[in-house]
Design a protein. Structure first.
Length: 185
């Protein structure tokens, strides 16, 4: 659904009509993308508006953009991740990360950072008990039995919550990877 290059040239010169056409074409898709990650209609509305404000502010560069579809969704992704980083990040330690990753490129660092923000967002949107169990298991390193004792619940309940949390993480990360692959092709 790439937009006509003439529209982009008009946008670059400040055409309000071109901006309206882009807005009508992309608003619902960007909003759905934001809602899919944030699970909050108000935040999705706000972030979608932020994307279009950035689009208007940077409109001069669009006559040189060859794949506007990819550009606007990359802009949306970065806007969402910046928002998450500012408001929703979970403090974590990197003490357990092996030293073999010390030779990463800046691009690898960016991908890892984006992935961590996505994981943080997914965890923040889980039910509170599942969040707590996941953090006790993956951040604090407690066993399922230790978590069950600490929370006064059955070990099977802990296992169920961890399985659901991991399934949710796998599903969303898989979808994100597919979207990324589609954008780079």
């Amino acid at each position: 659904m790439n937009i006509d290059e003439n529209i982009l040239v008009k946008l670059a010169t400040g055409s309000h009509q071109a901006f309206k056409e882009i807005y009508r074409t992309y608003y619902s898709r960007i909003h759905a993308f934001a809602y899919g990650l944030l699970k909050d209609a108000d935040e999705s509305d706000e972030l979608t508006q932020m994307v279009f404000i950035k689009l208007w502010d940077k409109r001069e560069i669009f006559q040189n953009v060859h794949n506007f579809d990819s550009y606007i969704f990359t802009l949306t992704k970065h806007t969402i991740f910046n928002y998450i980083e500012a408001k929703h990040t979970i403090p974590t330690t990197n003490d357990e990360i092996p030293d073999q990753f010390d030779n990463e490129t800046p691009y690898d660092d960016l991908i890892a950072h984006d992935l961590q923000l996505l994981i943080d967002l997914i965890i923040n949107n889980m039910p509170s008990q599942r969040q707590q169990i996941f953090r006790l298991s993956r951040v604090e390193g407690l066993s399922n039995e230790e978590i069950a004792i600490k929370l006064g619940i059955k070990k099977k309940t802990v296992e169920n919550h961890l399985n659901l949390a991991l399934k949710e993480l796998r599903n969303i990360i898989s979808i994100t990877i597919l979207i990324y692959i589609m954008l780079i092709n």
